[in-house]
Design a protein around this ligand. Structure first.
Ligand SMILES: O=C(O)c1ccccc1NCC(=O)[C@H](O)[C@H](O)COP(=O)(O)O
Length: 218
């Protein structure tokens, strides 16, 4: 199985197409407070132009359940990435709505308490895997900050995960993605700040280099 690579924070068809042409497996769209925030109408116009083979993942922070369902339908999303509290039965209800075809990722911010969340999420049969990220006092994603990979490699990334996927995120870039992969041995990697020219706008060279370096290392 080759490494899964997600390029997040897409705000235009041009940037989404760049990621697809550079070999991304998945594109992320942020439906949350962020300089990369997009709405359902914008994303539906983008996803309609993308190949079916590319995963389209919605990123949600404290979004009401019914709104997530509506956005998934409107935009033809193939996955959700939940950065915040969702009722415990949220993943089961999403599964009931969309079936096994919807990839359901829960986010764990590596740091104190992360293992407890990770274990709880991994025990949920309707959660497909974890995206392990960094956070700050004010931001739950898109921070551009790496977590302690050595510590995570010995703890969270060692955890028996019952076939569920572990995606590494947080402060990755073309320059450090190979080292992150060598240290963490993740199933996938995800990036936003490290491939941008400005928040919400991709740097084509960085997108290409990130995916090429991740593929070489993975
Ligand atoms: O990207 C954002 O602005 C964002 C805001 C709020 C929640 C999530 C967000 N991004 C989600 C992602 O999947 C990012 O790729 C991930 O957090 C890594 O970001 P970075 O450290 O900037 O590569």
């Amino acid at each position: 199985m080759s490494l899964w690579v997600k390029i997040c924070g897409n705000t235009s068809l041009e940037d989404a197409q760049l990621a697809v042409d550079s070999g991304a497996d998945a594109l992320g769209f942020v439906f949350a407070a962020s300089p990369r925030r997009v709405n359902a109408e914008q994303v539906a116009a983008i996803t309609a132009q993308l190949p079916a083979s590319v995963e389209k993942i919605g990123v949600f922070v404290d979004t009401p359940f019914d709104e997530i369902v509506s956005i998934v339908r409107t935009c033809g999303l193939t996955g959700v990435q939940i950065h915040s509290a969702l009722a415990t039965d949220g993943p089961a209800r999403l599964r009931a709505e969309f079936g096994p075809g919807l990839r359901i990722l829960r986010v764990v911010h590596f740091g104190p308490g992360a293992m407890q969340y990770a274990e709880a999420y991994l025990a949920d049969p309707n959660v497909d895997g974890l995206l392990v990220d960094s956070r700050t006092a004010t931001a739950v994603g898109g921070t551009g900050i790496a977590f302690d990979w050595a510590h995570a490699a010995e703890t969270l990334f060692q955890n028996p995960n019952g076939g569920k996927v572990l995606v590494a995120a947080g402060g990755l870039s073309p320059d450090n993605v190979a080292e992150a992969i060598a240290t963490l041995r993740p199933w996938g990697v995800d990036v936003v700040s490290g491939v941008e020219a400005a928040p919400g706008r991709k740097d084509a060279g960085k997108v290409r280099a990130f995916i090429a370096n991740a593929r070489s290392a993975g």
